[in-house]
Design a protein around this ligand. Structure first.
Ligand SMILES: NC(=O)c1ccc[n+]([C@@H]2O[C@H](COP(=O)([O-])OP(=O)(O)OC[C@H]3O[C@@H](n4cnc5c(N)ncnc54)[C@H](O)[C@@H]3O)[C@@H](O)[C@H]2O)c1
Ligand SMILES: [Zn+2]
Length: 389
């Protein structure tokens, strides 16, 4: 099945899908199909300039799922090497990038040798950045293995590493030649990681697709509990939205900024906690989406009912909704305000939020009064309720 992001996706779950991403720099397919790993070689042979590849794999993912990929690349007569990298945010560093570049160069690639990222968002961001600068750009393929990477980071071409000055500050826009998603690899993903990726799924419903949000309210928990068809459907619908948004605005000059819904507070919380395991990115986004929705309500943009639905759904699936339950360092309103004003997406220190003016419709709001934000930061949420309401 082929979809064009300009058309609305159908309503029912699909066992397989192909979504086309059309950006100004490159157009490419997202192939989504259970069992796709065992077809990766044939698929890629049809699309890449040569059957030569360097697979950059998350060590743990390679251990669990690498054989299926390696067997199939070999069957399709690829000549390939595997470079494993330790999982985790620490790998998005100068030193890991340098090591990866040197290990790749030692394999004497030419301009037709593809880099294949096989792992979560960390590997995709690191390998994608390496691909963009090796020999001034090698063909690049994403095979995402976390829900977050499937529904968000593998699509859209943002690559990069972290600097001591902050996350993702060194990088490039570099679109892949293809994204291959085999949802069966999610069976080994820890549930907490699955849930964190699900926060980004909910985001698409809230900013762009009210019917999808309503579907998630009914079926999201089943998808997270392992209903493969439903999980496939949420990946497909999420990719559809990511592709549509990136297709309109590759370099975040406009509508792509709406994807930062929930991220203003989310990023501040992650920064306050030093990007540690105390808070996964998606967990920060969940808390941030609740906050941004309540802010929208307080600014008179939406009815309280919308904020209530968001809190209730996130709570029902097991995502956090309140930063007040995090370690103390992530609770101080003044330091959170400072972090939000200095976020790399903020302009000239003004507090910028993506807000909702309807369920399924978002806007960028600059100069949100810090007193309003501060007052809302002091409020607690318990059992899906906001105690200020
Ligand atoms: N480029 C973008 O547009 C974009 C968008 C969102 C996030 N990101 C980046 O993505 C990164 C986070 O990505 P992530 O959440 O995928 O984290 P991750 O890559 O660190 O993976 C999370 C953990 O899951 C493990 N894992 C991965 N796949 C697995 C599987 N199938 N089975 C078992 N374990 C598995 C990894 O080893 C790791 O320990 C951040 O660095 C963030 O900045 C980038
Ligand atoms: Zn995110």
């Amino acid at each position: 099945m082929t979809q064009n992001p300009s058309a609305q996706p159908a309503q029912s779950p699909f066992p397989q899908a192909s979504i086309h991403v059309a950006t100004t720099s490159r157009s490419y397919p997202i192939w989504l199909q259970p069992g796709l790993l065992a077809q990766a070689g044939e698929r890629l042979a049809s699309l890449l300039p040569a059957k030569r590849a360097i697979v950059v794999a998350d060590e743990a993912v390679w251990h669990r799922h690498g054989q299926a990929l390696a067997d199939n690349l070999a069957a399709a007569e690829f000549s390939f090497h595997i470079l494993t990298v330790a999982g985790g945010e620490g790998s998005k560093s100068y030193s890991q990038l340098e090591q990866l570049l040197e290990r790749a160069l030692a394999l004497a690639p030419d301009r037709q040798t593809a880099v294949i990222a096989f792992g979560g968002g960390v590997i995709g961001d690191l390998a994608g950045f390496a691909a963009s600068i090796l020999l001034r750009g090698l063909p690049f393929v994403q095979i995402p293995t976390t829900l977050l990477a499937m529904v968000d980071s593998s699509v859209g071409g943002k690559t990069g590493i972290n600097s001591p000055h902050g996350k993702n500050l060194i990088g490039s826009f570099y679109q892949p030649h293809a994204v291959l998603i085999d949802p069966t690899v999610l069976t080994t993903l820890p549930h907490r990681q699955l849930l964190a990726g699900y926060a980004e799924v909910v985001k698409y419903g809230l900013i762009a697709d009210p019917d999808f949000f309503a579907w998630l309210e009914r079926h999201g928990a089943a998808a997270l509990d392992g209903d493969a068809a439903k999980l496939c459907y949420i990946i497909e619908r999420s990719c559809f939205h990511k592709a549509a948004i990136v297709g309109q605005d590759e370099r975040e000059g406009g509508v792509r900024a709406l994807l930062n819904f929930g991220h203003t507070l989310g990023h501040a919380l992650e920064a306050a906690l030093g990007y540690s395991d105390a808070l996964l990115h998606g967990e920060g986004v969940a808390i941030g989406m609740v906050f941004a929705t309540e802010l929208s309500q307080h600014l008179g943009l939406i009815a309280p009912e919308v904020a209530k639905r968001v809190r209730q759904h996130l709570t029902a699936v097991g995502l956090p909704i309140d930063h007040r339950h995090l370690p103390a360092v992530a609770q101080d309103p003044q330091s959170l305000l400072t972090l939000m004003a200095t976020d790399k997406k903020a302009v000239a220190g003004r507090l910028t939020f993506v807000l909702l003016d309807a369920l399924g419709h978002a806007l960028v709001q600059r100069d949100v009064p810090s007193a309003t934000v501060s007052a809302l930061l002091a409020v607690e949420r318990v059992d899906g309720r906001c105690l200020a309401d």
